[in-house]
Design a protein around this ligand. Sequence first.
Ligand SMILES: *Cc1c(COP(=O)(O)O)cnc(C)c1O
Length: 408
Amino acid sequence: MATLNGNFSNLQAGYLFPEIAKRTSEFAAKNPDAKILRLGIGDTSEPLAPSVIARLRNAVDKMSKVETYSGYSDDSRGTPELREALAERYAAYGVELATDEIFVGDGAKSDSANIQSLFGGGNVVAVQDPAYPVYVDSNVIAGKAGAGSNGQYDGLVYMPCTEDNDFFPTLPSEKVDLIYLCSPNNPTGAAATLHQLKTFVDYARENRAVIIFDSAYASFISDPRLPRSIYEVEGAKECAIEINSFSKEAGFTGVRLGWTIVPRDLVCEDGAVGQLNGMWSRRQNTMFNGASIIVQAGGEAVLSEQGQAECKETIAYYMANARCIKDCIEGLGITCYGGVNAPYIWMKTPSGVTSWEFFDKLLGETHVVGTPGSGFGPGGEGYFRLSAFGHRKDIDRAVESIQKNLKL
Ligand SMILES: *Cc1c(COP(=O)(O)O)cnc(C)c1O
């Protein structure tokens, strides 16, 4: 007799994006002439870089000939070329990594969901509030959290990210074991300083806790003083796993490629040097046969000099969108954050309305769709996320409509 994984019933409905879609289509049905302008999605919109396309085509061609065809990779961690190129990137940050500490995968979402399987059921999990939902949901499914109500789960520690702490959490007052941090942050757009990261690295080393650091937006950082990797903090290799992706940096959201660093030096309460690295390797060999060889060739092209130059142009394009949105919101006298080191603008809802009330108001008055902050956790209530991904002409139209039609 098969039975269900009861933890699934603890999950609260994946409410956010379905609810946005529902309200948007209801509005569109009632207002067939309205042109809906989307600043809601966290998805890239511009085409892949030409040098990346060339390498992807070449990798496909190789599959067509018996002499150059390849099947399974020798190593589920990724091609040596790609892992060496990633190690070189970290070396440019002053971080030395061995290639056997780098695990290429099919994206940051799956790795950030799967990584918790390295840790026992009794670990206390701490998350930023608001946060990207996968950290919470993966731990709920794994049974590392209890029942949920009002967008929160028992057994999880929520670390508020507010205006008062510059959207970077203060250390939890209770002892926690697994700490999820995301910087630059989705949804708040805040990017942590070296000093801010150091407070958590020091805490984790003292308490033998492990930080899971999501740096998916590292390449959007414009301030050269800000760290691109948590390993820029001394001692972080003992206590942090870093997860990153080609999705936002290179427009690979549909192509799928990411990587995770599990340092050899990483330890936990009962895990010696090398053990967690070995366990992740075992996990990937058992449950994952490696990322697509074709896509990994594309990833190598992203990391090449020309690929980097081309990807930086696209990032600059998105960040010019961000500036345009930010100027518009600030011009209306509304407080907003982010948009400088991340492609998200995190605005306070005007007149203290709730996130969902503002969603309806913005859609109704300006035909612009954004994302209610409360969908990212209770700490997001009273905020609203605008995304800078999108074509310039759509961003310009949205900004113009907000300036003209939003009633304040
Ligand atoms: C988009 C995003 C990712 C990327 O996920 P992929 O699975 O690599 O596409 C990871 N973390 C955050 C916070 C994101 O917003």
